[in-house]
Design a protein around this ligand. Structure first.
Ligand code: NDP
Length: 259
């Protein structure tokens, strides 16, 4: 999967999401991260269609809404997402949040959809180590991806190492901390490399082997966030950012969101 994608959480369906996806595709992004819960899959699909970019060059992720967990309901919800996106297949389908006790049934439906050829890769989001361990007891299919909150203030060291050992690709949500980038370590490194704080953080993701999906609706920021492949952070730079960890979440704790 591409190392960089565009996130579209809290982007309005219709013109706003269509424009954002267009800006991203023009800037060279080929990966888009949406979800049933974002209610903008139709706009994402429209932008893809309008772009004329061959389908096989794109990597489209969507996620199952919490309320649709369960075997039959997953099959139905997936079909609805696929219809809204206007796609024959989805590249990556994720269980959006583990919730309490339905994710194993949900996972069986994911396995079926993948076997039937509708999804290239299946994965999870917001899974903690204990969720992944529990899933492993019931299924031989390893999630391709675990998409979790990940940024300098929450660097998920333990989960990152667990996923790496287990062959699960970690993907960062809220990678640029919702734009809260005015932190001295980041401004210092930005000045040193002639880059912006957002680019420093996104580069740190890549060098940790973490896929990243910053969101913006503005063309200049979408372009800025893609400018991360032409410089390298030194080991000391990486360490400086690693030391910023505070286990601080901007979003919900997966163990508390039991819907
Ligand atoms: P981000 O960390 O990507 O931050 C987005 C915010 O930062 C927006 O307010 C944006 O404003 C601003 N911004 C964007 N680029 C820059 C820049 N270069 N400099 C300064 N500010 C900037 O937050 P998200 O929560 O959106 O996370 C990214 C994606 O991750 C989501 O869109 C979604 O796809 C996914 N996600 C997944 C979750 C899950 O549970 N699996 C949960 C949350 C997110 P503006 O748009 O005005 O530019």
């Amino acid at each position: 999967m591409p190392w960089l994608g565009l996130g579209v959480f809290q982007v309005a369906d219709g013109d706003e999401v269509i424009r954002s996806v267009q800006y991203a595709l023009e800037a060279g992004y080929r990966s888009i991260d949406t979800a049933a819960g974002y209610r903008n899959e139709a706009g994402v699909g429209a932008a893809i269609q309008q772009s004329g970019i061959p389908r096989e060059q794109l990597f489209i992720t969507t996620k199952l809404a919490n309320s649709d967990q369960g075997y039959e309901s997953t099959l139905r919800a997936f079909e609805e997402s696929r219809r809204k996106l206007g796609l024959e297949y989805i590249d990556l389908y994720l269980i959006h949040w583990p919730g309490k006790d339905k994710y194993k049934d949900t996972w069986r439906a994911f396995e079926k959809l993948q076997k039937d050829g509708y999804i290239r890769s299946i994965g999870v989001s917001n899974f903690q180590i204990h969720h992944l361990e529990s899933l492993k007891q019931d299924s031989d299919t390893i999630p391709a991806v675990n998409q979790v909150e990940f940024h300098p203030l929450l660097n998920q060291q333990e989960l990152r190492q667990y996923c790496k050992r287990g062959g699960i690709q970690l993907e960062a949500w809220t990678p640029i901390m919702k734009g809260n980038l005015d932190l001295p370590q980041l401004t210092e490194l930005a000045a040193k490399h002639g880059k912006t704080p957002a680019q420093i953080v996104l580069r740190w993701d890549l060098q940790h082997g973490v896929v990243t999906i910053p969101k913006s609706v503005r063309q200049e920021r979408i372009q800025e966030n893609a400018g991360i492949f032409d410089f390298t952070l030194s080991d000391e730079d990486m360490k400086l950012i690693d030391q910023m960890n505070q286990n601080h979440r901007f979003g919900p704790d997966p163990d508390q969101l039991l819907f």
